[in-house]
Design a protein around this ligand. Structure first.
Ligand SMILES: [Zn+2]
Length: 335
């Protein structure tokens, strides 16, 4: 097995046509009649994305008009606002939300600045919005929130991995761990045709990325700028490595921890700097005790909060530029 893993490196290949790609995201302001926004009398509610409790006193600014939520976290608009009009929601306990008027977006969920789970602003920035990738391409640093176009993704074992029931079972266990953290059946392992989002998974030590130094595994996203449309998870070991007797608990933990981590990337997570997180960068997949790898409470929270946001949302919580963030490219996240 390879030794210490340092920084995650990644490569971005093939920046392709800006006009291609599809993807999620609301209809843009230019495609919806201006009369279909929020008519006068519309009730807006503001809630915590963590607890779903109302946020009394939140200030909501709609097209320059400032109002404040009542004790139920609600307010009624005196005047209407067109689709696409700018909306700001401000409350000291939450990240400033910058969005826009959409007819079906009257229930606004806010992202907490801090939480009993340990999530804070720095963690949010790191795991959702910071790429630790490809130094050559200069993409290190801030990035948009990335998501699948739907709620589920298929994981399809390939090659020798698919033919090894013990490893397939571990992939299924890893998918179950992520699903439990998320509170939904996000990942399923299978071979059904036509999955909207699919990640092939295989052992491919001969892949050139596996030779680029201290690489155990990588995820390739086929992606819009922020919409993850599928990809692959590649493990840089021969199948014999995992079959080598005795088949130790250590190897099992190693593979399971790696799978949970890589599926986290497939979901759209970046890296953290705390060994208590499954998205801790740099491998160390042996570190899990027999209880196995489990996303930390703050990782669980962050995944749920991500599903409340559009692909393309910018830090701290701005989804105004998500429309059209669909250019297609391919990206590789090592380890
Ligand atoms: Zn990683």
């Amino acid at each position: 097995m390879k030794k210490a893993v340092n920084e995650v490196v990644a490569a971005v290949a093939c920046a392709a046509s800006l006009s291609c790609g599809g993807g999620r995201g609301p209809a843009g302001p230019t495609t919806t009649p201006l009369t279909s926004g929020w008519p006068a009398g519309t009730t807006i509610s503001v809630r915590s994305g963590e607890t779903l409790e109302p946020v009394p006193g939140a200030v909501v600014i709609v097209a320059g008009q400032r109002s404040q939520c009542d004790e139920q976290g609600r307010l009624r608009l005196d005047s209407g606002a067109a689709t696409g009009a700018l909306v700001d929601v401000v409350h000291p306990r939450f990240l400033d939300r910058q969005t826009f008027v959409l007819p079906d977006q009257t229930d606004l969920l806010l992202w907490p600045r801090s939480s009993p789970s340990g999530l804070d602003e720095a963690f949010t920035r790191e795991i959702v919005y910071t790429a630790t990738i490809d130094l050559e391409q200069g993409l290190l640093g801030q990035r948009a929130l990335r998501r699948w176009p739907g709620a589920t993704a298929q994981v399809r074992p390939r090659g020798a991995l698919a033919a090894t029931p013990e490893l397939v079972a571990l992939v299924e266990e890893a998918a179950g761990i992520v699903n439990t953290a998320l509170g939904s059946a996000a990942f399923h392992v299978g071979t059904a045709p036509g999955a909207a989002v699919e990640f092939a998974i295989e052992l491919r030590p001969e892949d050139p990325y596996c030779d680029s130094g201290d690489v155990y595994a990588f995820v390739r996203h086929n992606s819009g700028l922020a919409v993850i449309t599928g990809g692959e998870v590649v493990v840089c070991e021969e199948i014999d490595y995992f079959r080598r007797p005795p088949a130790s608990d250590d190897l099992r933990r190693y593979f399971l921890g790696m799978m949970v981590h890589e599926l986290g990337h497939a979901f759209g997570l970046n890296h953290t700097t705390s060994p208590g997180d499954v998205m801790y960068r740099g491998g160390h997949w042996h570190r899990w005790a027999s209880a196995g790898p489990r996303p930390s409470a703050r990782e669980e929270l962050v995944m749920r909060l991500m599903t409340q946001r559009r692909a393309g949302t910018r830090f701290p919580d701005d989804d105004r530029l998500t429309v059209g963030a669909t250019a297609r490219f391919s990206e590789v996240i090592l380890n």
